[in-house]
Design a protein around this ligand. Structure first.
Ligand code: SF4
Length: 502
């Protein structure tokens, strides 16, 4: 009896895997199965329920319109729930799966037709459920932790040269406006600040706002060139980023351009950046960089809204813009500035994204990194261990992701007014370059010293065995909890997992 009922259940599942079937149709088309099921289970309804199939919905498949299927998929995705078939079946979503197959031909097509890239809804590694070593945290990670990763000088000084910008991006940290501020540092003050950067031996990344809104940009670049400071520039991809200006930047010695791309299509990019034509301008800027042979870092902001764009952006960059793209960095939302109105991805989406990034990082024609998502490094190291990569390989690849706390450690940020902050996203005031030397603030400021000490961290980050290689985003802790030593709320590792490895 048991064997027979199991066989019937398997046959019913096979029958319903792919389309919804009304009971009357099954009775007509599969009379043998229909009558056997009724004999063994008492009724077709009970037989369907024994297979986890919603009888009522199966009977009324017309209630599931294409739109309703799409809406339901989006709803699940926004809630951060898994879109894997196995999980959905487990959660009783059989009728949705059947309706999706009926209307779209397959589950995958239904997901994609809901504007969700399939791998973001369905991929998931079980890595975070495992212990790292046999019993506890592995020897390699202990060794890494011992290094503490304190940077004695900033590798990069980020300089927001202006907050003037013609775009109105939804996530803008600087809350940029069209006109320049009266409080901006003038050319002379900037030159003095550059001499300090020279003394520090750091790279200078000029950002904004839009650096191209300053008429003295080329004079400043020329001065930096004379001082032999390596400079990168991240212009806004507006109509101001012309071929002539990008060429001039190259002649003035910049070593890289930063270009933003948050959407894989005109519709998504322009809506996120608030101005029509931005996608086209970004593509044009990438083409200029390719023609002029300027290395590019592409920056992509990751929010609940843009996460579905990431796979498309990767394809675009890998197929058309490699070169000039040398590095692709996924900036994870810190809810600050205009970004306070945006949502962070769910834990589930984040895990899927990390898996996607890890997989791409193995074969991408450029480096794949994250900004303000340091726990990706932990994911990366664990994944490499799972793949049985040797210690040296893990260390060297991991180091290139930049171990250790990032905000105020290895980087520092100077605003258009000369205010110093640990990073662009962490608005804890440390001093002003008009009054203090940046080098002195970087070395001696007590706030920075606290930020660089993971033993002071609180909550989950405080007990985390990976806090020295990761440290969480101090900026996000501050933006969400008002305390830069608190836990990074974006971290998807659960406390149990962290405890089991401490
Ligand atoms: S708990 Fe904090 S330190 Fe640990 S992995 Fe998560 S973000 Fe990083």
């Amino acid at each position: 009896m048991n064997k027979q009922s199991e066989k019937i259940k398997t046959d019913i599942r096979m029958l319903y895997n792919g389309s919804l079937k009304k009971p009357s149709n099954v009775a007509r088309e599969y009379p043998a199965l229909y009558s056997k099921a009724r004999k063994i289970f008492g009724s077709w309804k009970t037989a369907l329920e024994a297979c986890g199939i919603d009888y009522e919905k199966a009977r009324n498949r017309k209630k599931w319109s294409r739109e309703k299927v799409r809406r339901e998929i989006k709803k699940l995705h926004l809630k951060g729930q898994s879109l894997r078939l196995k999980e959905l079946r487990k959660n009783g979503k059989v009728s949705l799966i059947s309706a999706a197959a009926y209307h779209f031909g397959s589950w995958r097509k239904a997901v994609e037709s809901s504007d969700i890239h399939y791998s973001f809804g369905t991929n998931l590694s079980g890595i975070e459920k495992k212990r790292v070593g046999k019993n506890n945290i592995s020897a390699e990670i202990r060794m890494l932790n011992k290094q503490r990763f304190i940077y004695s000088k900033p590798i990069n000084v980020y300089f927001e040269i202006t907050i003037a910008c013609d775009l109105t991006c939804k996530h803008c940290r600087a809350e940029a406006v069209p006109n320049r501020s009266l409080h901006e540092m003038n050319t002379g003050e900037i030159k003095e600040f550059l001499r300090d950067v020279k003394e520090l031996g750091s790279h200078l990344i000029i950002s904004g706002g839009d650096p191209l809104k300053r008429e003295d940009l080329f004079e400043i670049l020329s001065y930096a060139k004379d001082l032999k400071i390596p400079v990168g520039v991240t212009p806004t991809t507006s109509h101001l980023a012309t071929y002539h200006k990008i060429k001039k930047m190259k002649e003035l010695g910049i070593y890289a351009l930063g270009i933003s791309l948050d959407g894989a299509t005109e519709k998504s990019q322009d809506s996120f950046r608030g101005v029509d034509g931005t996608f086209e301008n970004s593509i044009r800027a990438l083409s200029y960089a390719k023609e002029l042979n300027i290395p590019v870092q592409v920056n992509t902001t990751c929010t609940k809204e843009t996460i579905t764009e990431i796979e498309g952006i990767y394809k675009l960059l890998a197929e058309k813009f490699s070169p000039p793209v040398k590095r692709w960095s996924i900036f994870h939302l810190v809810p600050t500035g205009r970004g306070i109105n945006l949502q962070m991805p769910s834990s589930y989406q984040l895990k899927s994204l990390f898996q996607f990034l890890y997989e791409k990082s193995q074969k991408a024609p450029f480096r794949v990194t994250t900004t303000e998502a340091p726990h990706y490094r932990v994911y990366f190291v664990l994944k490499e261990k799972e793949m049985d990569k040797n210690k040296e390989e893990i260390f060297s690849k991991g180091r290139s992701l930049g171990f250790g706390v990032r905000d105020g450690n290895g980087i520092i940020f100077v605003s258009h007014k000369g205010d110093i902050y640990p990073s662009g996203f962490l608005s804890v005031f440390l001093g002003n370059v008009r009054q203090k030397k940046l080098s002195e603030v970087y070395k001696n400021n007590e706030i920075l010293q606290a930020i660089r000490n993971p033993d002071l961290f609180k909550g989950k980050c405080g007990i985390c065995p990976f806090r020295f290689i990761c440290g969480g985003s101090r900026a996000r802790a501050y933006a969400t909890k008002g305390d830069f030593l608190e836990t990074d709320p974006l971290c998807h590792f659960d406390e149990e997992f962290l405890k089991s490895n401490s």
